[in-house]
Structure formats: C-alpha cells, structure tokens
Design a protein around this ligand. Sequence first.
Ligand code: SAH
Ligand code: SF4
Ligand code: F3S
Length: 449
Amino acid sequence: MTENQTKIYKNKLVNIETYGCQMNFSDSEIVGSIMAEEGYQTIESAENADILFINTCSIRDNAEQRIRKRLKEIKRMKKDNPNLKVGILGCMAERLKQQLLDEEDVVDLIVGPDAYRDLPNLIKTVESGRRAINVLLSEEETYAEIEPVRLGSNKISAFISIMRGCENFCTYCVVPFTRGKERSRDPETILNEARDLLAKGYKEVTLLGQNVNSYSWESNATAVSFPELITLVAALSPLLRVRFATSHPKDISDELIKTIAKTPNICYAIHLPFQSGSNDVLKRMSRKYTREWYMDRIRTIKKHIPDCGLSTDIIAGFCGETEEDHKQTLSLMERVGYDYAFMFKYSERPNTIAQKKFKDDVSEEIKSRRLTEIIDLQQVLSLSANKQNIGKTFEVLVESFSKRSKEDLAGRNSQNKMVVFPKKDFNIGDYVIVKIKDCTAATLIGEAV
Ligand code: SAH
Ligand code: SF4
Ligand code: F3S
C-alpha cells in the first residue's frame, strides 16, 4: 500500500474544542488541516472521537480553571470510550508543560502553539500507548503555507492569521510566555489564502494577530508594512470586507488610520484596548503609552473616520489601582464613547512581571465592585451609541438567521454592529442596505430599503 492509501483507509476521528481568543480558533483550523493530512476527519463532538484536542487559554485564572473542570468531565467520558486519547494544545500546554502531564492523568498529549507540525509524530507515540509532549517555541513558525480547514464556519467570514507571538511584555500578561517571539507571515501566502477564500465564496476576512498592526515583513526584495498588507488584501475584490484584530495603541499609525479611511472595503471598526485610564497604572502595566497619547489616537481616528466603530479591553483592579485611578478609567470610557468593550478583573498570572514585581493588593470585593461600575457604564454607552444610529442606513453583510426568529436575518455593518432585519427575499451572504428603526444596547434593528 502506498502512503497515500494508508492515509485514506485510516479515517480516524478527531474533535477539537477551542477556548480563548480568535488566534486559538484560527490555530484549531491549522491543527484540523494537519490532522486531515494524517487521515483524521474533524467531527463536531467528542463522543465518537478517537482523539479529543482541547485548545486552551491561560489569560486569566478562571480560563484555566474551566479547562481543569472540563478535564474532570472528560475523565468520566473516558469510561464509555476508553480508547479516547486526550491532547492539550495552546497556551495552557505551553505555560504548564510537563507539569500538566504530571497533574492530569487523563491527558495523553501536550502540544504548544508552535509545535503543531509535529502532531503526526506525536500522535504515533500516543497511538502506541505512550504519552507525548512538544512545547518548543519557534522564532519562525507561522504555518504560512498550511491551508486551514474551516471549522464551524458560516462560509461567509473567515480568520486569516498574519502574525504570531508578542514581545510587548505588558506586566500582567502571559501571552509573551505562551506564544513566544513576534513574527510576521509571508504576505504572498496571506494573499493566497484570501484569494482561495474568495474563490470559495467568502465575503469577509479578519486579519489576526496579537498585535496585528505591528505586522512587518522583510525579505531580500520586499518590505511590507501592515497598512500595505491590508491594502493589498482589500484590493483583491471590492466585494471582500477586510477587518483586523487586535491593535496595540502604540502601533496605530496615522498611515493606518488614513488607509482605513480611504479604502471602502476595509471596515470602519477598530478594537483598541486601553486597559486603564490612569497613567500611573498604565506605567505599571508597561503599556508604553499614556492616557493623553491614547486620546490623541482616538481624536485622529475620529477626525479621519467620523463614523468609526470603537471597541476596547479594560482591566479592573490592577496592582496598586486607587479609587482615583479607577475613576480615570470610567472617565476615559465616557470620553471615547465605546460601542463595545471586553471587561475583566485583574487576575494575577504566575511568573509574569507583575506577579514578581507588584502586590495583587486590590481586594476581590473592590475588584468586583469596580468591574460592575465599568460594565454598567459600558451598557449605557453602548445603548447611547446605538441610539445615535436610529434613522441611518448601513450596508449589512448577512451572516445568519436571527437567533430569535427564522423570519429575520442577522449580520454586521462596517462598524461591526449586529443588525437584525426582516428576511423577505434576502439570503445569507447578501449585502443588504438596511435602515435602522430601533435598537438595544447589543443590536440594531432595521428594515431593508
Ligand atoms: N494583544 C492584545 C490582548 C490580548 S489578551 C492587546 O494587547 O490588546 C486580551 C485581553 O485580556 C487584554 O487586552 C487584557 O484586557 C486582558 N488580560 C490580559 N491579561 C490579563 C490578566 N492577567 N488579568 C485580567 N485580564 C487580562
Ligand atoms: Fe499581552 Fe500586552 Fe502582548 Fe497584548 S500586547 S498580548 S496584553 S503582552
Ligand atoms: Fe488565551 Fe493564549 Fe489567546 S492565553 S487569549 S488563547 S493567546
């Protein structure tokens, strides 16, 4: 039998459960593709699987606790399916390494985010009844030429990973330790992936990276910056919408803002995490910008893209945060008027700079109260931002039926706001001009015009 035939006849089943950020979801699609090469078909449930992969997140303690709980459930599941092999992928694999194998006897395999190409070898070890681990980080790996299998896809919108890793070392953050050095992917392979998605009928791509706007490619003959890359992707077709996430405020250049402003199919939506409104806290976080600098970026965005959707990440209760610092976070939120925010309580992570250098001295009770105040304020801001859209018309890319009714469709406008409207003769994948009649804090409600 040739090698290819072996692969076809194997037909084993793998289920990939993904936690954490979009980068992890994108990585799971790369893992699915590597496994397909080995004759493994990706399935939606762990029930009949030969292998269960859990692609994990370490960003906050509760993210890891969730995985620990899930492993207890899987232990019970293994009683019905004793041949099931369990692999831990992603950031928790990288952070805990061998320790996780020692602590969790249900786990057969540990693979860090840069070691997925080694999966075929590791799987062979596991299939032969031994446990396996590879947590080597790489300075070059970008999985550049691997064509991801699209998991749980709506066939309209896809992620394209354009860079990996992070070297910013914000003091609270595990990512530089779990994802390693920053590296950018060959632009030609990014464009090929986007072309392929277009050919398959996709209408939207989101360019992904931990700090997507510090993308920078250099080889013998070419140098490509992020504004240049996003322009090249957008130029592939006027019918392709282009988004990107996440941006670090220190790298959001005037050139990038102007590029977004002048390119109709680059969406008017910027996710710009500010974390804290206090300069003292920002300094301890080592965010490398001040409140004033951040506000200047926001002013520049609003000047060039007056109707830009703005969203952010906020941390409540970082080490040494005073009541006055917290008030500055609330006042920055009000000044910007975000459409949406991801809001978290500070969670101390082992071996980060903050854990070594500062005391996690804001009590749980105060963290919770401050977070509630932040969430309550954002609720008001989201509703008020949405109300300003009543009476306006937007081009909406339809992604699905509305969760509430099959009579309605749901999609997003360029600003990344969810818009729901009566279906009539429209279909998933259509661009529809919708006039907004009403809203909630989370959704715009309208009618096609
Ligand atoms: N690279 C992105 C963020 C990735 S992590 C950026 O710098 O913007 C996503 C968010 O998780 C961060 O923006 C931050 O708000 C939050 N986060 C990271 N570490 C955290 C911690 N230790 N405790 C609480 N929130 C944290
Ligand atoms: Fe973490 Fe900061 Fe890097 Fe974002 S920029 S991933 S918060 S270290
Ligand atoms: Fe979590 Fe790793 Fe993403 S820690 S947020 S999965 S980079």
